[in-house]
Design a protein around this ligand. Sequence first.
Ligand SMILES: [Zn+2]
Length: 435
Amino acid sequence: MSKRAAAFAQSDDKRPKYDGNDMRLRISPMPSTHLFVGHPFDLNVFLDVPEARKHGAPTNDVTLHVDLMYVTEETHAGGARGTAPIIGSASLLEILPSSSSQFGANMCATLKLCIKDTSKDHQNRDFTVVVSALRNGAVADDIRMVVSNPLKVVKFKLVIAEMTGIDDDGLWYKDQGGRDKAISLKLQMVDKDGSVALPSQRIPLRCKLMYGNGNAVGNTNLLKISPECSQQINEDGFGDIKYRIEDVSKNHQKNSFCVHVCPDFKFNPAFTDIAPVLSPPVNVKSKVSKRPKQENKQPYSYAADTMPKPEPQPLKITGPRTGPGSPQQSMHKVIEWAGMVIKGIESMEWVLYGYEHQADGSGADMSKPIYRCPACNVTKSAHKQQTKHQTDCFIAQIMLQYSFEVYHHLADLLKAVESNSEDQNQTMGESSSSS
Ligand SMILES: [Zn+2]
C-alpha cells in the first residue's frame, strides 16, 4: 500500500461519520468471502454522488487506487472495520490489464483483481481490498474510500454437490419417517477450476448448526450427526454428512436452519486453505399438517412485478446535520437505519442453494449455481434472471414497498422536518435581531 493511501486510511475515522455531501465509493456486490488464490475476480466499484453535488465537481478525472490490507480487530467510529498495511502488498495483489480504473457512464468501474498468496501464508489473517479515489495522482479527499468485506484466500473449497432428504419447498418434517430419517449432503472438494481435488490425506469435517440469517444456534445439541456417514473428505475428494435437526423452526422465531461444514483445523492447521461451506437452509416442522396445502400460489403480483425491479437505494441526506435530539437528527437516524436494513435484506435475497447437473448427468456443474430466496424458497438459476418471489414473500414485499412507497414517504418527511426547522431558525434569527 502506498504511503498516500495509508495516510488516507488512517485519517478515515477522523472524518465526519456521516455527511450527506460526501461523494463515496461503494462496492456492489461484495466479493465472495472465500476466494481462490491466483484466480481473478471482479470488483464492481460505484461512485455515489449526492443529488446536491450532481452539477458540481466533475468526476471524469477520478481514477481508482487499490490496495490489499489486513483486517484488524479494532473497529473505527461508526463500526468501520480496522485495517493494517501488508508489507509488500503490491506484489500480492495483481490488477489485471482488463480492469477499468475509471468510471463509465453508469458511475461504475469494474476492477479485475487477483490475490497471489493464501490466507494460510499470512497466519490465516483476513484480507480486505481497500479502494480509494485519486485525482491527478493525489487522494481525492471529497470522495470517501471503501473497504471490502473480510476475505479469506484459499486453494480449495468444499461444495455441496447434492442435498437429499428434504421436500422440494425446503421443508423437513423431523417427526415423520422415523428416527433414522435424516438430511444428506454430498460434499466435494474442488479447485479453482471447479474440478474435484484429491487431498493427500483424509479431511475430518466439523459441523455447526446455524440459522439461515448466518447466526450460530446456541444449543449445540440440536444437530445430530448420523453415524452412517463419512463426516470427512476421503482420498477421492468426496464425502458426506447425514444429520437430523432436533427442533422445529417455529421455536426459533421461524428461522430456517443451515449446517456449516468446515475442515477440522485442529486436526491439521494446514486445512485452513480449504474453504468451509454452508448448506442450503431448511425449514423444520414436526409433521405434515392436516390442513390441505395451499394450492396454486399466485405469482408475485405487486405493482412492480411487470416492470424492471428497482434497486432499492438508501435515501441520500443532503441537508446539514444538526444538533443531537433535534427532529432532523432523529429523521437522519431513521433514514440511515432504513438504508442499512434494505442493504441487509437485499444481500439476503438470493442465497446459494446448489448447482445444476451436468448435461451428461455426470454430477454437479459448478458453473451453474442455483440460488434460493430464504423467505419464500423460490429457486432461480443463473440463466433464469426473471424469477418471481411468492406473493407472500416478506423479502420481496419489504424491498418493493421501500422502493415504491416508504422511500418517498421518508423523503417527504425529511423535507417537512427540514423546512420546518428553517422556518424556526428564521423566526429565532428575527426575534434575536429585534431584541
Ligand atoms: Zn422470496
